[in-house]
Design a protein around this ligand. Structure first.
Ligand code: PDD
Length: 284
């Protein structure tokens, strides 16, 4: 039996049914998190929980449970599903109400759901690197909210797939923002650069860990906007996310990044990131 969480209850996945008028289903009116699980333990759980509250607060959804309670439910879910290596997907919507764009006027209980999936470490991508394409960022102006509305991201990722690429790197005009489901970093003359965390990108948990380990290990890192030209002329480029960890980017729009192989700074950051995982979740 595979367990899922539906509104505080732990139930068998096929029984976890949500109404057609759930606002997440109709309007994408909700927010989510994806949390990595290594050795049966959540990585950066506190940071994910804090971002979950921040996202839900910013769209006026009040979490029906304390963060401590949600964290304990997720731990229970991992245990019941005997998950060792994978992810937890968790989302909250504004709940079910007769369809109307404005928020429901009566008290509607938000709908919290979570489930687990097995998800291996993407070893081939981590060692060989991945191909990417550039695409115009057509998303809204609150990309800092981890919203269920992902159409812009979905279309970008589909374009990548159709071009035999792993990820689409989005840009607004000349400015590079982020991947369709990842943050993007460049390395030039030993300096690591990534977009500042503002309304144009998601403040990735992996990004924050990377910036911290860079500081702790005397790798110079800057958060600032960078251009498509800087991206194309970078010595190294990599992306980061909960599922992709620190993945080297070796091709952009059909052209090699540097010599077309993962670079030394990226590899160093991969090692440091691995150490962070092992600190929290034990030896991999
Ligand atoms: N995506 N930017 C976007 C648009 C993302 O969707 C994600 C994560 C990130 C990286 O964030 P983090 O390091 O906290 O995972 C950046 C998740 C994994 C997803 O939607 O599946």
């Amino acid at each position: 039996m595979e367990y899922t969480i539906l509104n505080g209850r732990m139930i068998n996945r096929p029984s976890a049914l949500v109404d057609i008028e759930d606002r997440g289903y109709q309007f994408g009116d909700g927010v989510y998190e994806v949390i990595r699980v290594y050795n049966g333990k959540m990585f950066a759980a506190k940071e994910h929980m804090e971002r979950f509250v921040k996202s839900s607060d910013s769209i006026g959804i009040k979490l029906p449970y304390t963060l401590e309670h949600i964290t304990n439910m997720l731990k229970d879910l991992i245990e019941r599903n005997s998950l060792r290596l994978g992810i937890i997907y968790m989302q909250i919507t504004r709940g079910t109400a007769p369809r109307n764009h404005a928020f429901p006027t009566h008290d509607v209980t938000p709908c919290l759901t979570a489930y687990t999936s097995e998800y291996p470490i993407p070893k081939t991508n981590l060692t060989a690197g991945v191909k990417t394409i550039l695409t115009e960022d057509i998303r809204w102006l609150r990309c800092d909210i981890k919203s269920l509305n992902l159409l812009g991201n979905v279309l970008a990722k589909q374009k990548a797939e159709e071009n035999d690429c792993y990820e689409a790197i989005q840009h607004r005009g000349e400015e590079v923002t982020e991947g369709s489901s990842s943050n993007v970093f460049i390395v030039k003359n030993g300096t690591v650069v990534t977009h500042e965390s503002n309304h144009l990108i998601l403040k990735g948990i992996t990004k924050e860990v990377i910036l911290r380990v860079c500081i702790e290990n005397n790798i110079h890192a800057e958060e600032r906007t960078f251009s498509i030209d800087e991206l194309k002329e970078a010595d190294e480029v990599f992306l980061s996310s909960t599922t992709s960890e620190v993945t080297p980017i070796v091709v952009i729009d059909g052209k090699n990044v540097g010599d077309g192989k993962p670079g030394p700074v990226t590899k160093k950051i991969q090692d440091l990131f691995r150490k962070e995982i092992e600190k929290q979740c034990g030896k991999l």
